[in-house]
Design a protein around this ligand. Structure first.
Ligand SMILES: [Zn+2]
Length: 423
């Protein structure tokens, strides 16, 4: 790989220099909306300028470096990800995608390569769940889906997200200016954050879709009684019925993931019991389900089967009723098939071992996919670990991913320029 244009040492230096900008004693923490985050962005902005990019902040607080293209009117190719971390998070999640964009821009400059399209590198504001409880703040704004209700959310000091965006250098009075309509393609490189590529000793994962995330609440209602005096046969125990539903979710999810059309997982990650007291037969239980589906039909089939289980509770447990309530629903964001093909060809040309896989985690790409052809690739990370200080990706692995990103950018630039007539 020595003759590759991507400079692995230079890329690695960006990653490690950004890692150094962390809360001391709490590595690796650089949360969006913090002073450290702005320090990190200063470093990125300076390196963008050194790579010949024109740097700006959009009104939503996205940091953008731009290089003009040879032709006008073709739209913009965007490489993007995020430089914020979760608390005690990693050095690669998101940061890799921004650093890879930087390195790509440096190679273009170094080799005097002119693209037909303009190129922009996006460091999207606050991809991780922010102190205001919202994730993907910047990329939602790009897609035009930041609502007033979202902007009114507050952090624990009472500051609104709207004020936070302004504090990060945005202009919340003109947020719609951040919405884009002229992006020709969006590309993202990210660590996998799961074990598939490492387990199969593969170098590149071409993402088929960002799974949809659907949350539903199951509420189980029984009757509170004395735990010492109520005979077993006379109880309407909401927790016992709820426990059956937890197992039903598990069973249904296993079968749906085995025979479904794509990536499918469902988790009961949150449960509440009322009154939650040792000497009272539980009166009420709620279960919050997180369901991730690559293909909408899998979600529909799963929910239909689960509805049946929920309805059947009343017949198995006298005096207990259960209902299923929708909470939130974000549909899957499929990758653009042509950009996926560009990624596959680039990886093949570079002799890298690859496979397709769905993303179970959310990414900025999901929001860009609302407004532009979008796709992303994964590189393996150690043990599939992420959102923890141990998160690690090898120098060689991230360089190979950046090689593929670079080659794909050139391919997409040529392909999209051919299909778009000159002005
Ligand atoms: Zn990320």
């Amino acid at each position: 790989m020595d003759n590759r244009p991507i400079n692995a040492d230079r890329l690695w230096a960006d990653l490690m220099d950004l890692a150094d900008i962390t809360e001391p004693g709490r590595p690796w923490t650089r949360r969006a909306f913090s002073a450290l985050y702005l320090t990190g962005r200063d470093l990125i902005a300076n390196r963008m300028r050194a790579a010949g990019l024109t740097v700006r902040l959009d009104t939503a607080g996205n940091l953008i470096g731009r290089k003009e293209g040879r032709r006008t009117g073709l739209g913009t190719l965007v490489i993007g990800s995020h430089s914020d971390t979760v608390p005690e998070g990693g050095r690669f999640d998101g940061i890799l995608g921004v650093a890879a964009g930087l390195e790509v821009a440096r190679v273009l400059q170094e080799r005097a390569i002119e693209l037909d399209h303009a190129l922009e590198i996006y460091d999207c504001l606050a991809e991780e769940v922010s102190p205001y409880g919202l994730s993907c703040v910047g990329s939602r704004a790009v897609a035009g889906t930041l609502t007033d209700a979202m902007l009114a959310r507050t952090n624990d000091t009472g500051e609104t997200l709207q004020a936070g965006i302004d504090r990060m250098g945005g202009d919340s009075t003109r947020l719609t200016d951040a919405k884009r309509t002229n992006i020709a393609a969006f590309l993202e490189l990210h660590i996998e954050q799961g074990p598939v590529l490492e387990d199969e000793t593969l170098e590149i994962g071409v993402v088929t879709a960002i799974s949809g995330v659907t949350r539903v609440l199951i509420e189980v209602t029984g009757r509170p009684d004395h735990a010492g005096t109520t005979p077993m046969a006379s109880r309407a125990d909401a927790l016992v019925a709820g426990a059956e539903l937890v197992l039903a979710v598990r069973r249904r999810a296993e079968s749906q993931s085995a025979r479904g059309l794509g990536h499918f997982v469902a988790t009961v990650g949150e449960a509440r019991v009322i009154p939650n007291a040792a000497n009272v037969v539980p009166q009420f239980m709620s279960l919050l389900l997180d369901i991730r589906s690559e293909v909408r039909a899998d979600l529909t089939a799963f929910l239909a089967a689960l509805e049946g289980d929920v309805a059947a509770i009343a017949t198995h447990h006298v005096g207990v009723t259960a209902v299923l309530k929708p909470v939130s629903d974000n549909p899957p964001a499929p990758s653009d098939p042509q950009l996926m093909a560009d990624f596959r060809h680039a990886a093949d040309e570079l002799g890298l071992k690859q496979r397709d896989l769905a993303s179970g985690a959310g990414h900025d790409m999901a929001w860009f996919a609302h407004i532009a052809p979008s796709a992303m690739i994964f590189v393996p990370c150690l043990g599939g670990r992420s959102h923890c200080p141990e998160e690690w990706a090898d120098r060689d692995a991230v360089a190979k991913g950046t090689d593929v990103l670079f080659e794909t950018l050139l391919r997409a630039d040529r392909r999209l320029a051919q299909t778009t007539p000159s002005e």
